[in-house]
Design a protein around this ligand. Structure first.
Ligand SMILES: [Zn+2]
Length: 103
């Protein structure tokens, strides 16, 4: 088996058969680096999709909570507090599912 010598682009240290720089911890395995970068991009997209819907509902409810009509305002404030509770619950459930999947 041949050894792979990779020079760290960040600090210039020569590393032998390593994925991460022994000196500064930079990823020096280009295949691994690309893999991690594409995984990050997918995760970022997923996070974006997830945050789109709640923020829209959030905006709508906030608008309603400042409505000139006091009855509508009170109604929206109730819905908003219920929504905050549900959003918290969903976040808690997601955390639970993620923990269960990881464990
Ligand atoms: Zn380095």
């Amino acid at each position: 088996m041949s050894k792979s010598f990779v020079k760290c682009l960040a600090c210039g240290t020569i590393n032998v058969d390593r994925d991460y720089c022994s000196n500064c911890g930079e990823i020096i395995n280009i295949v691994l680096k690309r893999q991690l970068e594409s995984e990050n991009k997918i995760q970022e997209k997923e996070e974006e999709e997830k945050s789109k819907v709640p923020s829209r509902i959030d905006e709508l409810l906030k608008k309603g909570a400042t409505h000139p009509n006091s009855i509508i305002r009170a109604l929206f404030q109730v819905i908003y507090s219920v929504w905050l509770f549900i959003a918290m619950l969903i976040g808690w459930l997601i955390a639970l599912v993620v923990a269960a999947a990881a464990g």
